[in-house]
Design a protein around this ligand. Structure first.
Ligand SMILES: *Cc1c(COP(=O)(O)O)cnc(C)c1O
Ligand SMILES: [Zn+2]
Length: 416
């Protein structure tokens, strides 16, 4: 067996089954690989020959024997951000831009791709998830592409673009009058009764492995080097732990030089159970009731919170949080400086990065990657009222010249 599920705590192995918790000790299960057999298969050369998407890393993903990928996902740009860097007091700053991940413009496309590859082999004809929005979009789109029936469960008051961006794929959308944490609990109960593949419940160990591709890509795009720091937004806390797992695997398989990487978490102050625990020096989460515009990160009781705390503190990193007003300002800053329009989660990341540079937890010369995980077109409602709707002018050159003059006069008044 190339890979199988293993308990994170008692290390008992469970084969490959749609199950996320160890029946002996109730700890989470994780996919574990036979790394010795992988050293020949997972080389820089083999990866370079692969397709320009996440399937180039198939040897280190839990994919059934006969799986044939037919949807290009991932391999998003890693870009230098010199103008943003100057504003933040940084010198060596990169953005990993999953605002343009395909097919649905968030990093959740990665996790769903791996989960659905397994849903078929486990015999599910219906796939499902509980979601704060982006996972709903990714699951609905890929279910359509692969011919699964699809049921999506969301808190009733999500952003309109995320609701529409689920329904358009023909998924059955169930709005729940409650928080994400309540939606998720309900989904665990439904998963016990219906033979459905819930990507983030019974398929969760496979789903989570998809996040590793975010880390593999960073290393490959840096020229098979690891960065000094990664700043990562956190909801359930899975992505940040899986970037760490990806880097550890690359070191173990000798694709990169061993090097310590610091992991920095980012949350909105209105839902910051992981950042709060890190700041207090706690090893476990105190659940919170979310109140923030960063809806994609609004998980008050994060499933991987304990492991996210461990990843951050063991690396010598830290976790920050920012107010909703700072989230909006940071969305604008990233757009104006680098031409990238991110959603609220990206605003959280940029805002927290600013604080981390200000407090010298990240030093200017260090190579630092910010994880931009979602697209701003999905959360335009948070910018309502930020920009004036200008009066239209007649389609005449004279009118335009008058308009320019008055714009200059306004500026002079402001500068006076
Ligand atoms: C889900 C999500 C995250 C956080 O992912 P976790 O693995 O749950 O911590 C970050 N950014 C965006 C845009 C998301 O949708
Ligand atoms: Zn166990």
């Amino acid at each position: 067996m190339r890979y199988q599920l293993r308990c994170r705590e008692c290390h008992k192995t469970w084969g490959n089954v749609p199950q996320s918790v160890c029946e002996d000790c109730f700890s989470p299960l994780e996919v574990f690989y036979d790394y010795d057999s992988l050293a020949q298969v997972f080389t820089r050369e083999k990866i370079a020959q692969g397709p320009p998407n996440i399937w180039r890393y198939s040897a280190l993903l839990p994919l059934p024997e006969n799986f044939q990928p037919n949807l290009p996902v991932g391999f998003t740009p890693l870009v230098k951000a010199p103008a943003l860097a100057r504003t933040l007091g940084a010198k060596n700053l990169y953005l990993k831009n999953d605002a343009v991940c395909l097919p649905t413009l968030s990093f959740k496309d990665r996790v769903v791709a791996v989960a659905l590859a397994n849903a078929r082999s486990f015999g599910f004809d219906t796939v499902s998830c509980s979601s704060t929005g982006n996972l709903a979009n990714a699951t609905a789109a890929q279910a359509a592409r692969h011919g699964f029936k699809c049921w999506i469960f969301i808190p009733a008051d999500l952003e309109p673009a995320k609701i529409l961006g689920t329904q358009v794929f023909g998924a059955k959308l169930v709005r729940i009058a409650g928080s994400y944490d309540q939606v998720n609990r309900l989904c665990s109960q439904i998963a016990d009764e219906h033979h459905w593949g819930f990507v983030n419940v019974n398929l969760r160990p496979y789903y989570a492995e998809g996040s590793k591709t975010f880390g593999y890509e960073i290393a490959e795009q840096l020229g098979w080097r690891l960065p000094d720091n990664v700043v990562c937004p956190m909801a359930g806390g899975s992505l940040i732990t899986k970037i760490k797992k990806a880097f550890d695997e690359l070191i173990r398989l000798k694709l990169v030089e061993p090097k310590p990487v610091k992991f920095f978490g980012a949350q909105a102050t209105g839902c910051s159970p992981i950042s709060t625990a890190v700041k207090l020096g706690n090893t476990d989460i105190e659940p919170q009731k979310p109140a923030t515009i960063a809806r994609s990160l609004a998980i008050g009781n994060p499933a991987d919170g304990h492991y996210a705390i461990q990843t951050i503190t063991a690396s010598g990193g830290f976790s920050e949080d920012v107010s909703d007003a700072e989230v909006v300002r940071s969305i604008q800053l990233l757009a104006e400086k680098e031409g990238i329009f991110t959603e609220t989660a990206g605003g959280v990341t940029v805002g927290c990065a600013r604080k981390l540079y200000q407090s010298d937890r990240i030093l200017p010369d260090e190579t630092t990657v910010l994880a931009i995980t979602g697209n701003g077109l999905k959360t335009t409602d948070v910018l309502t009222g930020e920009y004036e709707a200008e009066q239209p002018i007649a389609p005449k050159l004279a009118e335009f010249n008058r308009y320019v003059e008055s714009a200059f006069e306004e500026r002079e008044v402001v500068n006076a």
